[in-house]
Ligand binder design. Structure first.
Ligand code: ADP
Ligand code: MG
Length: 695
C-alpha cells in the first residue's frame, strides 16, 4: 500500500513551484513567504490590482493628484542628504521625450543607486504630487528589460500581484506567465458541467434579475485562470473570479456532503420522538402558549428525532424569540424515550440560569436535572424538598423514563472523564460562541446522538450555507406576544448627564438597568472605560440605588451571587462587560446603557440589546459613542433604525468580516482565495445545487 502511493505520480499542478523555469531554491523561499508552494498556488496567486498598459500617458499629459502609468528612461539619479546628513532621500528623473518626471523616495535604500541607473527604462505608476516640477513620490516601478517577453508586461492589462521583498512585480508576472504557458492544459475542471443537470447551472431568479445584463456563462477553469491573470478586458476579471469562486464553493460543499454522508452511513437513529407524556403536563404548566413559529420548529425537530438519521439541526431565532422553551420540548421528547440529554451553554451564568429554569420546569415532572460547570456540580434530585403531588408525578414519570437525566453545563461537559451514558440528544445554546471542533467533540461523546444547535446571532445565509452547511435549518421568525417596545438611541458622551438622569428616573419607577463598558480593567487607553474602575463612580452617582458588578474575572460563585442580587432586585443596576451578552433573562430590566459603543460589533450590540424588552414595559437601549468618524456613526445608526437581526448581521459581515462576526472562538472558517462570503450567495447556492446533482 505504502509502496504503491510512493510510486504515484504527483499531479502536475501539485508539483513544487521549482518546476517552473526561473524558480530556484532562493526564489522558492521568497514565494513560500506568500504561501506559494506548488504550481497551482502560483497559478492562483490573485493579482491585487491591474494596470492598463495598453496606453501609457505621456509625462506631459500628467494631471496633478491623478494616478497614472508612464514609461521613461532615467536621465539623472542620486541621493540627497539633509539635516546634517542624517536623512537621505533618493531622487531620479525620468524622460519619455515629452517632459521630465521627478520621482522621490524619502528613505534612500542602499540598492537604489545601482537599480535606478541612468539609461535604464522603467514603467512608473503612482499619484502625481505636483507639476512644477512633475513629481511622484514613492511610485511603483518596473524595470523594462530588453528581453523578448515585453508582450507579457506592456501593451496589455498587466496584473500586479501581492509581492514580498526581493520579488518584483515583473518577476512575479513572468513566473505566473511561464507557469500558465507550461501548465494551462493541466488545469482541468473539478466538476463536469456536462453531467450536471442544466437547471443547476442557471442562475436563480433573484440573481437573474440582479444580473440580467450578463447572460450566464461559465468559462472553463483553465480559461478563468488565464482571464484573472492576464485579462483582455477589465470585465474578464470578475467573470473569472466568479468561476474560480464557484469552484472553491463546490470543493467546500463536497466536503460538507462527504461529512454528512459518512455520518449517515455510520449512525443509527435513536428513536427519540417521545410519546408526549412529559410534554403535555409541561406545556400546560408553562404559563404561556407556544407561538406558531415555536410549534412549527418543534414539529421539524420531532420528525428529525423519529427519522432515519440522527438530527443535525441549527435553530436560529433572534434574542428573546423563545428558543429555551423549544429546547425544553426537544429535551422532553428524548427524555420520554428514555435518553439522557446534554445541554451546553457558553458561560457559567447562562448554564446556571438554564439550570434554574429547567429545574423549575422539569422537577415537578420527575426529571433529574444536573449542573456541570467548572464551578460546581448540583443535582435537583439532591436539593429538592419533596411535596406529595410532585412525588406522585415524579414516580409516574420515573416509571416511564428510568434514570433519564438532563445534564446542563459549560464546556466542562466536554472535559475528559465525564461520560454521559445513553446520550440521546445534545443541545448547544448560543452556538456561535463555540467552535466547530467543540461541537464535534460533544457529539462524539455519545453514539451519534441527535444534535440541536441554537443561535441568536442571525447568520447571514452565505455563512450558514458554508459554516453550517451540514446542518438542517429551522428558524423562529416570530416574537412571543406582549413584549414592550425597545427604543434605541445613539448619543455622544457629552449627553451622559442627561442619560444618567433618565436612568435614575426609570429606576425610581422600579425598573432595572444594565450598564456595559468594554474593559474589565483600565488598560490606559484614553477614553475607554473599564468596569472595575468605574464601579465606585457609578455607585456614588446612582446612590441610593445599588449597583452590582459583573465581569469575567470573578469566580463562578461570585458571578452567581451577583446575578442573584440583580435578579432578585436587590441591586437595581448591573455594571458589566459584554459577558452578559448571551442569554441573561431578567424581564424587569428595561434599560441598556453601553459606553464606548464603537468598540463592539453590531451583532454584539444587538445581543446586548436583547437583554431588555423582555417584559411588558417599554425599554431603552442607549449607545454612547464619541468616535468622531462618520463611518462609526453610520454603523451604530443601523441599530437605531432596525431590530431585524438578519439585517444587522449582514451589515456586520460587510463591515467587519466573518471572523469578527462569529467571534474569535469560531474555528473552521474556510479561507477562500476568490470566494467572497459577503457577496457570493448566488454562487454558494449554485455550488450546493451542482454538488447535489453530482450523485
Ligand atoms: P432566547 O430565544 O433569546 O433564548 P428565551 O428562551 O430566553 O429567548 O425567551 C425569552 C423570554 O420569552 C423568556 O422569559 C421566556 O419565558 C419567554 N417566552 C418564550 N416563549 C414564549 C411564548 N410563546 N409566549 C410568551 N413568552 C414566551
Ligand atoms: Mg437563549
Amino acid at each position: 500500500m505504502a509502496a504503491e502511493s510512493a510510486n504515484q505520480i504527483v499531479p502536475p499542478l501539485a508539483q513544487p513551484v521549482t518546476s517552473v523555469w526561473g524558480v530556484g531554491s532562493e526564489r522558492a523561499k521568497l514565494l513560500a513567504k506568500l504561501n506559494i508552494f506548488t504550481v497551482e498556488d502560483l497559478l492562483l496567486h490573485k493579482p491585487r490590482r491591474y494596470e492598463d498598459r495598453r496606453k501609457f500617458l505621456s509625462i506631459r499629459e500628467l494631471q496633478v493628484k491623478e494616478t497614472a502609468t508612464v514609461r521613461g528612461k532615467i536621465v539623472a539619479a542620486g541621493i540627497k542628504r539633509w539635516k546634517k546628513g542624517t536623512r537621505a532621500m533618493f531622487e531620479c528623473v525620468f524622460d519619455d521625450g515629452t517632459a521630465l518626471l521627478h520621482c522621490r523616495w524619502w528613505q534612500a535604500q542602499p540598492w537604489m543607486e545601482d537599480y535606478f541607473a541612468v539609461g535604464r527604462e522603467f514603467v512608473v505608476f503612482g499619484k502625481v504630487e505636483s507639476l512644477r516640477p512633475r513629481t511622484i513620490d514613492h511610485p511603483e516601478t518596473e524595470l523594462v528589460e530588453p528581453e523578448d517577453d515585453e508582450f507579457v508586461h506592456v501593451n496589455r492589462i498587466a496584473p500586479i500581484h501581492p509581492l514580498t521583498e526581493g520579488l518584483t512585480a515583473r518577476v512575479m508576472r513572468t513566473l505566473v506567465w511561464r507557469a500558465l504557458e507550461k501548465y494551462e492544459a493541466d488545469i482541468t475542471d473539478p466538476w463536469e458541467a456536462g453531467r450536471v443537470a442544466p437547471r443547476a447551472l442557471s442562475l436563480e431568479s433573484e440573481n437573474r434579475r440582479a444580473r440580467s445584463e450578463a447572460p450566464y456563462h461559465l468559462p472553463s477553469r483553465a480559461n478563468a485562470v488565464r482571464m484573472i491573470q492576464f485579462p483582455e478586458a477589465f470585465s474578464d476579471v470578475e467573470i473569472a473570479r466568479r468561476r474560480l469562486a464557484l469552484d472553491e464553493f463546490i470543493v467546500l460543499q463536497k466536503q460538507i456532503r462527504e461529512r454528512r454522508k459518512k455520518f449517515e452511513a455510520n449512525s443509527k437513529a435513536l428513536p427519540a420522538g417521545g410519546d408526549n407524556h412529559l410534554i403535555k403536563p409541561f406545556l400546560s404548566a408553562l404559563g404561556f402558549k407556544l407561538t406558531d413559529a415555536q410549534t412549527r420548529v418543534l414539529r421539524e425537530i420531532r420528525a428529525d428525532m423519529r427519522g432515519e438519521f440522527p438530527m443535525r439541526r441549527l435553530l436560529q431565532g433572534d434574542v428573546g424569540s423563545g428558543k429555551t422553551a423549544v429546547a425544553a420540548c426537544a429535551a422532553l421528547m428524548a427524555l420520554e424515550s428514555g435518553f439522557n440529554i446534554a445541554l451546553m451553554a457558553p458561560t457559567e451564568i447562562l448554564a446556571e440560569q438554564h439550570f434554574r429554569n429547567f429545574e423549575k420546569w422539569f422537577g415537578p415532572l420527575g426529571v433529574k436535572v444536573e449542573l456541570q460547570t467548572g464551578n460546581r456540580k448540583t443535582s435537583n434530585a439532591e436539593r429538592r424538598t419533596p411535596n406529595a403531588e410532585g412525588d406522585a408525578r415524579a414516580q409516574y414519570a420515573t416509571r416511564h423514563t428510568p434514570h433519564a437525566t438532563l445534564f446542563i453545563g459549560t464546556h466542562a461537559l466536554l472535559t475528559g472523564g465525564f461520560e454521559i451514558p445513553n446520550l440521546g440528544l445534545v443541545i448547544i445554546d448560543e452556538q456561535h460562541k463555540f467552535g466547530v471542533t467543540q461541537r464535534e467533540q460533544l457529539v462524539r461523546k455519545g453514539h451519534y446522538p441527535h444534535l440541536l444547535v441554537m443561535t441568536a446571532t442571525p447568520i447571514p445565509r452565505t455563512l450558514g450555507l458554508t459554516l453550517y452547511g451540514e446542518l438542517d435549518f429551522s428558524a423562529i421568525d416570530e416574537m412571543p406576544p406582549g413584549r414592550g417596545k425597545v427604543k434605541t438611541l445613539v448619543r455622544a458622551a457629552e449627553k451622559l448627564p442627561k442619560v444618567w438622569e433618565f436612568l435614575r428616573g426609570k429606576l425610581a419607577t422600579g425598573r432595572q438597568a444594565y450598564v456595559v463598558y468594554p474593559r474589565v480593567e483600565d488598560t490606559g487607553e484614553t477614553g475607554i472605560k473599564a468596569v472595575t474602575k468605574e464601579f465606585a463612580n457609578l455607585t456614588k452617582l446612582l446612590a441610593p440605588y445599588r449597583v452590582a458588578l459583573l465581569h469575567g474575572r470573578l469566580s463562578g460563585r461570585e458571578k452567581e451571587q451577583v446575578m442573584t442580587e440583580f435578579r432578585s432586585g436587590k441591586a437595581q443596576v448591573l455594571l458589566a462587560t459584554s459577558l452578559i451578552e448571551v442569554g441573561v433573562d431578567v424581564p424587569n430590566a428595561t434599560l441598556m446603557l453601553v459606553e464606548n459603543a464603537e468598540m463592539f460589533g453590531l451583532a454584539q450590540l444587538h445581543q446586548l440589546r436583547g437583554r431588555i424588552g423582555r417584559g411588558a414595559h417599554e425599554s431603552f437601549c442607549v449607545l454612547i459613542s464619541d468616535a468622531g468618524d462618520s463611518a462609526t456613526r453610520v454603523r451604530l445608526k443601523v441599530l437605531e433604525q432596525t431590530t431585524d437581526g438578519f439585517k444587522i448581521a449582514e451589515e456586520d459581515l460587510k463591515l467587519r468580516g466573518p471572523g469578527e462576526l462569529l467571534g474569535r472562538e469560531q474555528s473552521g472558517m474556510p479561507n477562500f482565495r476568490f470566494g467572497n462570503l459577503v457577496e457570493d450567495l448566488d454562487l454558494i447556492r449554485q455550488a450546493r445545487e451542482i454538488v447535489a446533482h453530482m450523485g
